[in-house]
Write a new protein. Structure first.
Length: 140
């Protein structure tokens, strides 16, 4: 029996929460709190720029742990840029390997030059296991 392939597009989140790189870390934290998310995508300045990502981990290690002011520190000082991106049609098995290799917990999802969503290691692992469980339940 052929194994079902789970694509990144099958498990990605399409609601994109953006912030300017010029925003303060304080404002980014407030936005994360409001939206109940642990990361924000940094807007591109123009078509030649790349997307970035700011995570709770970035803020914890680069601001809070070193006692920097969240109000006087800009997002661009602590964000990850360029953000790792995955093609929407990539098999999650390979996407999981890639994120694990770089010790990252999330990546942007693209198709060509279009930003489609964001995916986390958690989303992919749980989606992969769910598809595996479905096959077992179906007798595969």
């Amino acid at each position: 029996m052929e194994r079902t392939i789970v694509r990144v597009s099958d498990v990605m989140r399409t609601s994109l929460h953006m912030v300017s790189g010029l925003a303060s870390v304080h404002d980014a934290i407030a936005e994360m709190n409001r939206l109940k998310v642990s990361s924000l995508i940094i807007e591109r300045r123009d078509s030649n720029d790349e997307y970035g990502v700011i995570t709770v981990q970035n803020i914890a290690s680069k601001v809070v742990a070193v006692n920097k002011s969240t109000e006087r520190t800009s997002v661009y000082e602590v964000m990850t840029k360029p953000a790792l991106s995955l093609d929407s049609e990539m098999n999650v098995k390979y996407a999981i390997r890639l994120l694990s290799r770089f010790r990252l917990s999330r990546a942007l999802v693209i198709h060509g030059q279009e930003l489609l969503g964001i995916v986390t290691l958690r989303d992919m692992v749980l989606g992969y296991v769910d598809s595996d469980q479905l096959e077992q339940d179906a007798g595969g």
